[in-house]
Ligand binder design. Structure first.
Ligand code: ATP
Ligand code: MG
Length: 444
């Protein structure tokens, strides 16, 4: 079903401002011709839009919020674009703060929800406020501009649609509606240049293609093979954020497939990539696959997921292999896993900076694995009391599903927990990712 009506596209002159009306690229879809209702926009986002508009500023919903509503999906969060400067936003909203240096944005907080507001920006490489490195990567970009400039500096056409609060119309400067209709993920402008400006756009392409079930348009797809190595220069902290978004998108299995397809896995998880390319072990492949399926199911059921679990799964083939090599008469399995876990993790941290609480938890999950084999005496109750128990148990059950550990072990521990309920194993946890909030500024 179409979520807007194409026949109205030539009609835009009655709602467009003079400058916009002159733009032959702009299509305006009035409220009567599209499916976005204010009822599906969060109250907080509407408050921001209305206060800006009532104060004489231009205010539009933009990005994933508009895209997802057009696709009939529930947006993860709402982003606003405006002609108000960050300082003007600060004085309009007491509950706001300016974040980011490279890209100054304003976060407006309403309880747990954060609305990210960006001032319309233009991207011109010769502006004194745009800094590029020698590879053409944008280091800083705070040149304010007009809404049409703002549209074309966004990444994909499907992400460059504006819902204008002034008249509830949709503004389309890049043929984004057409691409939404055909489920095409198309970069705005020249694909290689856009990846050079920000290589993370390649990871975003994979995330949106899997999440929305879109096809990556040919030029955007081919340029990934040319530009993949640019990801090696991305700060590891930014790669942590993107990796978690990728693997917590509810489509982690497809994400891994596409990362491998586009030769990008080596920049995120070189140890896993090496094993998958050169010495794939069937049971380990099944384990990784099953771990990702399990994560997808939990995400899609709104259950708790921790980044630690994803890293534990994806690094396990390398940790397991090293631990097997280290294990000997002198070195027992738990210390071997401890040593292998530390070594694999310290190499991994050069690529993705995993916060300590997650890297430690992943290590605890690994070293807990042999302890599940000890089902006599006080050992089970000791393991049950460990903070990492629940995640380590899930991890062990995945191993048992693919026959890496005896099949009945998962069953034994499931029964043991039922007979020994604790506050952590009797109450199902709520997924923390459920909160509507933004953690870090993005480049847009
Ligand atoms: P979701 O919130 O569902 O992950 P989104 O499209 O809203 O998807 P955000 O990261 O919230 O993604 O960014 C909001 C918007 O900012 C994007 O839709 C896009 O228009 C723009 N944007 C974000 N990151 C970039 C980038 N690296 N390059 C260009 N534009 C970007
Ligand atoms: Mg968003």
């Amino acid at each position: 079903m179409k979520c807007y009506d194409w026949r109205i596209l030539p009609d835009y002159h009655n709602v467009a401002s003079n400058k916009e009306a002159r733009s032959d690229k702009l299509a305006i879809i009035p409220r009567t011709k599209h499916n976005i209702s204010r009822k599906s926009i969060s109250e907080a986002a509407l408050k921001v839009l209305y206060r800006l508009s009532n104060s004489g500023f231009r205010a539009c919903l933009v990005g994933g919020g508009v895209r997802d509503l057009l696709l009939g999906l529930q947006p993860k969060d709402f982003d606003v674009a405006t002609d108000a400067t960050p300082e003007q936003l600060r004085s309009l909203f007491k509950n706001s703060r300016i974040i980011g240096r490279r890209f100054r944005l304003v976060h407006i907080r309403f309880g747990r929800e954060i609305i990210e507001v960006a001032t319309f920006r233009s991207h011109s490489s010769d502006s004194p406020k745009t800094e590029l490195n020698t590879e053409g990567r944008i280091l800083r970009d705070n040149t304010f501009g007009e809404i049409e400039d703002d549209a074309i500096r966004r990444d994909f056409t499907a992400n460059a649609l504006y819902y204008d609060i002034a008249n509830f119309s949709i503004l389309d400067y890049t043929h984004g509606l057409e691409d939404i209709e055909t489920r095409t993920l198309r970069l705005i402008g020249d694909a290689e240049t856009r990846y050079q400006e920000d290589p993370v756009r390649m990871l975003r392409a994979i995330r949106f293609a899997t999440k929305l079930d879109f096809e990556i348009e040919k030029d955007a797809a081919e340029a990934i093979y040319q530009c993949g190595q640019l990801l090696a220069d991305i700060p590891p902290a930014r790669l942590f954020d993107e990796t978690v978004k990728l693997f917590h998108s509810g489509n982690a299995t497809r994400v891994l497939e596409l990362l491998r397809h586009y030769n990008l896995l080596q920049y995120l998880f070189p140890a896993l990539d090496e094993i998958l390319c050169h010495e794939p072990d069937e049971a380990m492949l099944d384990f990784v696959d099953q771990g990702l399926v399990n994560t997808d199911i939990r995400i899609n059921n709104n259950q708790h997921v921790s980044p630690a679990f994803i890293f534990a799964i994806l690094l396990w083939p390398a940790v397991h292999k090293q631990a097997m090599n280290l294990q000997s008469d002198k070195l027992k399995i738990v210390p071997a896993l401890f040593q292998a876990g530390s070594s694999v993790m310290s190499h991994q941290l050069k690529h993705i900076s995993i916060p300590r609480r997650f890297s430690q938890m992943a290590r605890d999950i690994w070293t807990a694995q042999p302890k599940f084999q000890r089902t006599q005496g006080k050992q089970p109750s000791r393991l049950l009391a460990q903070p990492c128990f629940r995640a380590a148990y899930d991890f062990m059950c995945i191993q048992s599903m693919v026959s890496l550990v005896p099949g009945n072990l998962c069953h034994w521990w499931t029964e043991y927990q039922q007979q020994h309920p604790t506050p952590t194993n009797s109450k199902p946890q709520q997924r923390s990712g459920n909160r509507r909030r933004k953690s870090k500024p993005n480049v847009g």
